[in-house]
Design a protein. Structure first.
Length: 254
């Protein structure tokens, strides 16, 4: 996976952009249930960003590791782990390069719509094969993407704005897509209000939408079996027309 400058630029603000207490309260019960069901102990959070999932899992007793292509994100993740008082190793490694860590895990996470940053079917296949290489036989893979079956069909351009306030400063994050023939441009506008007025930053990156049938087929080709598709962290079945998310849970054959 190639370098994505957007996330280096966003690293300092990412923990303001995401309401982590609410997000983790929503997502962790789903993950914890899966991990207990499959006796998971060692977890790799790939494309981990600022490491909040890995830190929370470590706080819950799992042996968590994080990896991300962005050095700035990894530095922030290490800071977050130290602040939380947990031992979580973080590595600057992108999707497709995880096997270089020389470790294996009971489960791998790829959350936050990360896989669509791979701009070809070959890149997706390489990433899924890489996940398989670092999983123990029978290991668990959890992928969460946006439901592009719906977004692409409806041309859903805008996502809801996010806001954060800290003293006299305020942040507003605006996100939208521009649709192309078979890719889209994801743009984020970051507005910061300071005592001296507003500051604006605009960054963008390309995405390749991954649809349900394509993901299921790619998982099977990479050696994953028992693929379950959910539409949310409540565990409801995936609905291409209605779901916000496409969450795939798959086990490595063997």
């Amino acid at each position: 996976m190639t370098h994505v400058p957007l996330y280096d630029a966003l690293a300092s603000d990412y923990d303001r952009f995401v309401d982590w207490p609410a997000r983790l309260a929503h997502e962790l019960p789903f993950l914890d249930h899966l991990f207990r069901e499959h006796q998971v102990r060692r977890v790799l959070d790939s494309a981990c960003g600022t490491g909040r999932h890995a830190v929370a899992l470590a706080q819950s007793g799992y042996l968590a590791t994080g990896a991300d292509l962005s050095e700035a994100m990894v530095a922030r993740a290490a800071h977050n782990a130290a602040t939380a008082g947990v031992d979580v190793p973080f590595f600057t490694t992108g999707l497709g390069g995880l096997a270089t860590l020389g470790q294996t895990f009971d489960a791998v996470l790829c959350l936050g719509n990360s896989l669509p940053h791979l701009l070809s079917s070959a890149g997706l296949d390489a990433a899924l094969s890489d996940f398989a290489a670092v999983l123990e036989p029978g290991g668990l893979l959890v992928v969460q993407n946006r439901n592009f079956d719906r977004v692409w069909t409806r041309r859903e351009r805008f996502m809801g704005p996010q806001a954060f306030r800290e003293g006299e400063r305020e942040w507003l994050f605006v996100r939208f897509y521009d649709f192309h023939e078979d890719t889209l441009t994801f743009t984020m506008i970051r507005l910061q209000r300071t005592p001296d007025g507003w500051i604006q930053d605009v960054d963008a990156t390309e995405l390749r939408p991954i649809f349900r049938d394509d993901l299921a087929a790619a998982l099977a080709s990479a050696g994953f079996a028992s693929v379950r598709l959910y539409g949310s962290y409540e565990g409801v079945p995936f609905d291409a027309a209605l779901s916000d998310d496409l969450i795939a849970v798959a086990r490595l054959a063997g």
